[in-house]
Each structure stands twice: as structure tokens, then as C-alpha cells.
Design a protein around this ligand. Structure first.
Ligand code: ZN
Length: 142
């Protein structure tokens, strides 16, 4: 009797010391971003040095979780087995308030170009991937 094969699980992101705080806050369903006090830039991914002016005078700020769609692609064929049964799905670059752009997925929206519009208002939601990693994703703002 043939055994039904299961796709391998999604490989979770691997937190680094610079991003531990970010992942802890995601687990608490809060979105926190790095902010540069020298040039007032808010940026992603989390790192100690500002990518805009290279200052180390940075801190954390709590994001409202509101943003707009900057770019997207609808994936019809998952690139690896773990994603094949998720297709079609939407990969996106979301610009959150403050200016940071986060690579993520859109959820709670039909993956059809007629529904997905650049500039549309979005709100963060959180997907608990396992007991350590929670991913921020975005849905249309209500
Ligand atoms: Zn800066």
C-alpha cells in the first residue's frame, strides 16, 4: 500500500542576536521595527546599523501594523514542496507606517490580480508557525 507523502515543513527563519527582540515581539503578536535616531529612518530587516546613514544610534519602535502594498506577485507554482499545496498565494512587499518595507505574504484576500492593488491599505496579522517563530503577514485593512 502506497504511503501518502507529506511535503516537508517550511524552514523557519533563524533568529540572530540582532533580531531576537523582533521575533519575541512577533510571538506576542506585536510588530516592532528598528528606527534610526540620527536620520529618523525606520527600516527592515532588524539590524543595529542604519542602512540609510550607517549610524549605530538606533532603537526599537512599536509599529501600528498599518501599511500599504508596495509590490506583489501571485505565485501559482510553489518553488519547493513545502509551498506547493499553498499555491496560489501572494508574496508582497508592504510599506508600513514609518517607511520600512517588509517582505511578507498577503492573507484573507483572493489571489487574483483584480483584487490586489498597489497602494491598498493593509493591516498586520500574525501566523504562529511553530512554538518559536511567528510570522507577520498582512490582510486588507477593514
Ligand atoms: Zn540613519
Amino acid at each position: 500500500m502506497a504511503q501518502q507523502s507529506q511535503p516537508p515543513p517550511i524552514t523557519p527563519p533563524l533568529p540572530q542576536p540582532e533580531s531576537d527582540f523582533y521575533w519575541e515581539k512577533c510571538k506576542a503578536h506585536e510588530l516592532w521595527l528598528r528606527h534610526c535616531k540620527a536620520c529618523d529612518s525606520t527600516y527592515f530587516y532588524p539590524r543595529d546599523i542604519c542602512p540609510d546613514c550607517f549610524s549605530r544610534d538606533t532603537d526599537w519602535i512599536k509599529s501600528s501594523g498599518r501599511g500599504t502594498l508596495y509590490a506583489f506577485s501571485i505565485v501559482h507554482r510553489g518553488p519547493v514542496p513545502a509551498f506547493r499545496d499553498r499555491a496560489p498565494y501572494i508574496t508582497a512587499l508592504v510599506e508600513v507606517e514609518g517607511g520600512a518595507r517588509i517582505p511578507t505574504n498577503l492573507v484573507d484576500i483572493e489571489p487574483d490580480p483584480a483584487n490586489v492593488k498597489i497602494g491598498m491599505a493593509l493591516q498586520v496579522v500574525f501566523e504562529d508557525l511553530d512554538d518559536k517563530i511567528t510570522l507577520p503577514k498582512f490582510r486588507p485593512a477593514s
